[in-house]
Design a protein around this ligand. Sequence first.
Ligand code: FAD
Length: 270
Amino acid sequence: MLGSRDDRISTTTNTQRMKTFVMQRCWRFCKAVSQPSFMPRAQGWTWCSSMQGQQRRSVWETRKMQQAHEVLEKEDPYSYYRGKSEEFQNLNSNERAMRSVYVGVPTAAFLGFCFYIYDQEQKQKQLNRAKLLEEGDEQVVTNWSATHSVTTRRFFQPQDLGELEELVKKAHKNKTRLHVIGAGLSPNGIGLDGDGMINMSLMDKVLAVDKEKKQITVQAGARVSQVLEALKPYGLTLQNLASISEQQIGGFMQVSAHGTGASLPPVDEQ
Ligand SMILES: Cc1cc2nc3c(=O)[nH]c(=O)nc-3n(C[C@H](O)[C@H](O)[C@H](O)COP(=O)(O)OP(=O)(O)OC[C@H]3O[C@@H](n4cnc5c(N)ncnc54)[C@H](O)[C@@H]3O)c2cc1C
C-alpha cells in the first residue's frame, strides 16, 4: 500500500519542488507589488515599500492622495487668485505700496461715493416724511432727571381723540415713528425719541368711576395724583403706588411701576 521506495523518493522530490515553486512565486509577487509602477493600480490595504524604500505607506492612501492632487490641479477655482497673491508677494515694498494705492484708492472712492448717495437718499426720505407731518418749532425735550434729551420738531400734544387719530393715521401713512411719552419721569429717558413724540398731557380727563366694580376709566394722560383724587370720594384708592404720584397713567402702567410689599402686584396687574 505504501508503494515502492522509488515511488516514495519520487513523492518527496515532488513536494520539495512544489514548495520551491510556491516560494518563488510568492517572492516574485512581493517584488512586483513593491515596484512604483504597480502602486497606482494596487487596491486594498496592502502594505509595500514606497518609491525610495525609506518610508512605508498604504497603497490605498497613496492612490487617494494622487487622485486628490489631480483633481486640485484640474479644477482649482482659486488658482487665478493664488497666482495673483504669489505675484504680489514677489514684489518689493515700493511696488507693493504702489499696487495698494492703485487698487485701494479707487475702491475706497467708489465705496465712499456709494455711501454718500445712500446717506443723501436716507436724509431726503426723512425730510419728505417730516414735511408731511405738521412740524412745530425745534425744541429740546428732556427727562425729569435731565440725564437724557432729544431735539425734535415733531412733538405733538393732541387735545382729543380726533386729533390723536389724525396724527397716528398720518404717521402710519408716511411710515414715520411717533413715540408716546408720558411725564418723562423714567430715569433712562425711555420715552424720548428724536423722530417724533406724542405727549398725552392734554388728554387727562377722568371719564368714569364704577364703585361696584372698583373700576376707574381715565384718559392716558391723567396723572396718578388725579386718579387718587377722583377715587377718594368713593372711599377707594390704588392697591399699589410708587413713591411719587406725578406719572401719567399710560407711563405708570407701561413701566409696570410698583411700591413696597412683595405680595402686592405691580400697577398693571392690580
Ligand atoms: C423721583 C422718582 C421716584 C420714582 N419712584 C418709583 C417707585 O417707587 N416705583 C416705581 O416703580 N417707579 C418709580 N419711579 C419711576 C417712575 O414711576 C416711572 O418712570 C414712571 O411711572 C413713568 O411714567 P411717565 O409718565 O413719566 O412715563 P415716561 O417716563 O414718559 O415713559 C415711560 C414709558 O411709558 C411709555 N408711555 C408713556 N405714556 C404712554 C401711553 N399713554 N401709552 C403707551 N405708552 C406710554 C413711554 O413710551 C415709555 O416707554 C420713580 C421715578 C422718579 C423720577
